[in-house]
Design a protein around this ligand. Sequence first.
Ligand SMILES: [Zn+2]
Length: 250
Amino acid sequence: MAAGLEDLFGDQPPGEPDEAAGERKRAMIIAAHPDDADFGAGGTAALLAQAGWEVCYVVATDGSKGTDDPAYTTQTLIETRDREQRAAAAHVGVNDVRFLGFTDGELVYSRDLLGAITREIREFQPFAVYTHDPEPVIINNSFVNHNDHRITGLATVDAVYPTARDRLNFPEHLAAGLSTHKVRELYLWGANEPTFDVDISSVVDAKVEALLLHASQFGDRDQFLSFVEARWRDEQGRALERFRRVVLFR
Ligand SMILES: [Zn+2]
């Protein structure tokens, strides 16, 4: 018997599906690059998986630009980052990873991108979707929110509402046997004004190990751990993932 959300998330757990109405315990985490899902929501994914939810990662780009190492060709880098992402996801209990295959660093808002994300939502039928907050260009007055992050976040928000919901959008999906879908909750990471904290202290080690499985990106373990301590811990020493939460109407 899996633990309940309140056992794992404390007194402010995320919303739960109405299983009697056919909603399912499914969360989809939609990210721009290999490693973004792990950074943004890997701890939350681990907690949901422990609670018996099915969790799926969707990665918009192929990760084909993120290295200075001349040993990689574009093709070997794509293969490496695909393999690393699958291993990292599996480490937090996520065994469903889908790549949309757009070119790293070149993401533009397009009908192709919106259609690809909408298709994944209609196919998986998640209760909750987690993605990049598309709004900030600058986060915490300290770093630039990568263009691929903003584009992925914006296309995902649009796919959630209204594109996936309405049958006349991308009718070819319905012709192929998929159904329209209403996502109930949206969680955005990288927000300047987060409204929903998840205490991931119980799974933070798994999150760190998952991130370190992206070995082509994070070489130095000690350096990475000190970065993590500074970024994720609050004053009480809890490790947090912080989101802007949107509960969509029924
Ligand atoms: Zn990224």
